[in-house]
Every structure is written in C-alpha cells, then in structure tokens.
Design a protein around this ligand. Structure first.
Ligand SMILES: [Zn+2]
Length: 145
C-alpha cells in the first residue's frame, strides 16, 4: 500500500486489509484503507495507466537487484511465457536484456531475431519440450542447474 496523497515515500503491506463488498448493492461494507502516516486514503502500490501518483521506489529497488543479478550470470536464456502484444512491457523487457530468448505463446509467438526462438504452444508443452531437449542433450545428468 501507499498513501494516496504521497505524504511520504513509505510503502507497506496490505496484510489486514480485507475489503468486503455487499453482493446485492455492490457497495463496500468495510472501511477504505488508510495511510499509516497521515490517515488519509491509501491505495495499492501498483502502477496504473497514466498514474502520476504511483510510488516507484519499490520497483526501482527491484530493477536494481535484477540488473545486479544479470551482471553476475553467464549463459542466461530468458523464457518468456504468454506475454502478449496488447501490453508489451514483459515482452519488450525480455527483448531488451539482449540475451537469447525463448518465447512460448500459443497465440502470439512470432519473434524475429537470430538468437531467439518462438514456440507456438502452451506453457506446459513448451517447458516440457525444453526439459526433454535438455535431458536429450545432457543425458540423465541434467538437474536444471
Ligand atoms: Zn499519507
């Protein structure tokens, strides 16, 4: 959660926030969550479209940890599952990292880069096929590491 008015930079857990809606009137029967600092309304700390009030601190910290981790791994392959083109954030992130990408997508698998692979199938079938290929390549020694 975060303060709706951004009174401070704090983000806190939504544990204990249990909204209840009357199914007949479609009205909230419980109190709206409040900022733990100023008492004004609180909101989920998720980015909405055109959301100028979103507190990005947590996401920036996560991005920094991801960047740090990416700098420590070798032979990275990204497996993108089900990321569509309507909201392409995940799709573009996988392409932006610059590592080989396996795109598993039943409806929108196409990808046009030399070190990328498209699998027009379900997530389960795609992952099962990748595992079978790795086991075939490495014999029964493959442990996923
Ligand atoms: Zn506040």
């Amino acid at each position: 959660m975060q303060c709706l008015n951004n009174c401070c930079d704090d983000i806190w857990s939504a544990e204990g926030v249990n909204p209840d809606v009357d199914s007949e009137s479609s009205l909230l029967t419980t109190e709206l969550p409040r900022c733990i600092h100023c008492g004004r309304l609180a909101r989920p700390n998720i980015l909405m479209f055109g959301d100028w009030e979103w507190n990005e601190r947590r996401t920036a910290e996560q991005q920094q940890r991801l960047n740090n981790w990416l700098n420590t791994v070798d032979n990275l392959v990204i497996i993108e599952i089900g990321a569509g083109t309507a909201i392409p954030n995940v799709r573009l992130m996988g392409e932006r990292i610059g590592k080989p990408l396996i795109r598993i997508n039943l409806a929108e698998a196409s990808i046009h880069r030399s070190n990328h692979l498209s699998l027009a199938t379900t997530a389960l079938q795609g992952l099962t096929g990748i595992r079978a290929a790795l086991e075939n390549l490495h014999g029964d020694r493959f442990d996923g590491a």
